[in-house]
Design a binder for this molecule. Structure first.
Ligand SMILES: C[S@@+](CC[C@H](N)C(=O)[O-])C[C@H]1O[C@@H](n2cnc3c(N)ncnc32)[C@H](O)[C@@H]1O
Length: 270
């Protein structure tokens, strides 16, 4: 009996050590990625200081995430790249008291409308502008994350999924670049989600132009900070996001940092 107990204790200790090792290795990999993609000091600090807070956020909003998943079972979806973000987004919505505000929101990259659905259902007074080519990005066109069949249906699915919100939705079909050219406005949006093309060149343009369109006090979210798809690390989102943050030093504050980076705008250029 005593021998069995000792073996069990040893086994549990080994599992704990292995889990801790895996966690540490994961954090080390992420910190290394921040380093090689020219991460700013505040990105390092936010990454490290948010580790514990992130666990609490995920726990606090896990029921809301489940409810959203349940509610959206009826939608036409081929993928869920979004719902993992729900706890973080809800924590920001609560902290910045956005729920009952007349939020003007912009989304670059809507796909089948899952994130758009979340924005419009969690912010009942929001108006959302969705910008997408509805042709897919590099990683969909090259077959990594979508089949041709799925690609041919994404716009139709978006339209059907967003039907209940059509009065609070504007749709712009085209590249984000063409949207910025057609809408040369400053400081008009309260909430912007950047999730279009993930190639560094496009992320850079989206970041600069969206920041220009964001009101002071507005929230901007970058998706896929740690995503590594392109062979050259400079072509992945992190390098562009880091260089953008360097460029806008003192004009923003990082408020959440996990797989996404969420900032609040503190100052405009003028
Ligand atoms: C990852 S998906 C968006 C996912 C969506 N936000 C969600 O969470 O469900 C990226 C989208 O960006 C679109 N896209 C790619 N390049 C674009 C560009 N240059 N301008 C606008 N949209 C683009 C693609 O068609 C695709 O629908």
């Amino acid at each position: 009996m005593k021998n069995e107990k000792t073996a069990l204790v040893k086994f549990l200790r080994a599992i704990t050590l292995y889990t801790a090792y895996k966690r540490l290795r994961n954090h080390y990999k992420k910190l290394k990625l921040i380093w090689i993609t020219y991460g700013t000091n505040d990105v390092f600090v936010s990454y490290l200081t948010n580790i514990r807070q992130n666990k609490k956020i995920e726990y606090k909003y896990k029921e809301e995430r489940k409810q959203f998943l349940f509610k959206t079972q009826v939608l036409k979806l081929s993928n869920d790249w979004f719902t993992v973000n729900i706890p973080y987004w809800l924590s920001v919505i609560d902290e910045y008291k956005l729920k009952n505000k007349e939020v003007k929101a912009l989304e670059i990259g809507s796909w089948e409308g899952l994130s758009s659905h979340f924005i419009l259902s969690s912010l009942p007074k929001a108006h959302l502008t969705c910008v997408d080519t509805w042709e897919g990005a590099d990683e969909h066109k090259d077959g990594t994350f979508a089949t041709k069949d799925v690609l041919s249906q994404i716009e139709k699915s978006f339209d059907e999924n967003l039907t209940p919100f059509k009065d609070r939705l504007s749709k712009y079909k085209g590249t984000s670049f063409s949207f910025f050219q057609a809408n040369p406005t400053r400081c008009v949006f309260d909430f912007i989600y950047v999730d279009g093309s993930h190639h560094g060149d496009d992320v850079m343009i989206d970041a600069v132009k969206c920041f220009e369109m964001l009101k002071v006090g507005g929230i901007m979210i970058f998706d896929d900070y740690f995503w590594q798809h392109y062979k050259k690390s400079v072509d992945n989102p992190a390098t562009a996001i880091n260089l953008f943050l360097k460029l806008k030093k003192d004009s923003y504050k990082i408020i959440r940092m996990y797989y996404q980076v969420i900032i609040v705008k503190l100052k405009d250029r003028y």
